[in-house]
Write a protein that binds this ligand. Sequence first.
Ligand SMILES: Cc1ncc(COP(=O)(O)O)c(C=O)c1O
Length: 432
Amino acid sequence: MPHPLAETEKRHLWHPFTPMQPWCAPEHQPLMIVEGRGCELIDADGRAYLDGNSSIWTNIHGHSHPRLVAAIQQQAAQLSHSSFLGLTHPLAAELAQRLCAATGPDSPLQRVFFSDNGSTAIESAVRMALQYWAQNGQPQRTQLAAFDRAYHGDTLGAVSLGGIAAFRGVPDHVGYPVTRLTGLENLHALPEATTRQLAAIVIEPLIQGAAGMRLWPPGLLRGLAAWCREHDVFLILDEVMTGFGRTGSLFACQQEGVIPDFLALAKGLTGGTVPLAATLTTERVFQGFLGLPEEERTFYYGHSYTAYPLGCAAALASLDVFEEEHVLAQLPAKEHALRQALEPFSQLPHVAEIRQCGLIAGIDLVASREPLRPFPPAARLGARVCQAARDEGLLTRPIRDTLVLMPPLAATEIQIQEMAARLLRATHRVIT
Ligand SMILES: Cc1ncc(COP(=O)(O)O)c(C=O)c1O
């Protein structure tokens, strides 16, 4: 039965990354989610779905985790928000300290700048990097480099770093000038004069998400970090998707022993409950902004909900849950369960490749494996499989014809197997 607010929603709402004409068509019934319980989302008719993409890569400990709910409720009853311009609050101090400590015992990342979402976490890092060089003796460092097929968010600065043409949405001349890289070899080939103009390089470590869950070759991150160190170019790691256990370690960069100059965190920071983002950086960068007010070295950037107390409370509770429930220690068994559960996909003639990093998986659907031929975009295979998955009781969202499975870290091995089984049935139903 159509939801009583279905027509109202179609009349007034505009959804991100969503073709709105088919959405608003009379025959389309928007799926209304009204509740989240553990790894399931419940619709207005009471139907439960497994959350197969962790609610757009955010959820960590399952929905409505009692520890996180209590932390948010208590904080809301005490202080929902106050300004972080000229004021502070204890939860922000505690969270900053714990985030810095989480980056490792001798980590130089000892400063935290809070914002609201992944795009602003990146935006903050980039602006800090540019301003740092401008006022610390190397004003020629005005250029940024980022990778082909990268995705770093949708604010103008973040989108100019992105390497996916379809997501750009603005003309090429709008945004930062960016040197586009495909691998380390491009850096090694850069003329010295160009290198000296680079302010920072941005990368999603270990795996590029929106590119279709594409894995970097092992060692690339370490090599990149070494190159950046050698040439004194800042390394910005975008761990908006990979942070908080998603790749098997708390932060993906820890798997290659890399500590960047800037670490951008969002999505899973609050366990996927409340918006909050953090940009961690070093004391070196921080010192570069010190001076008397009239020296104009201040970082004039920020948002109204900076260090949102509800977000800080949720993030602290999420870090507690990581410890109390030994979340990271349970991941290897879950990763193994996911790998095994994806095995049957490799038997399908229309599956070209399965990639997995931690609890993140991408499955490429193609019209033909040999010769390798994609489905025509108009066939919208990925979208159709995910629509069929919905009928099977699984929610996920494709990236073109790459199917994505990204269970919350709280998913049990049985739930992981069930997610893969439902996606497999959906794939069979669409591609017979
Ligand atoms: C790697 C990466 N960076 C940045 C972002 C942007 O985050 P947000 O949507 O919170 O602005 C995303 C979002 O998917 C992401 O995957």
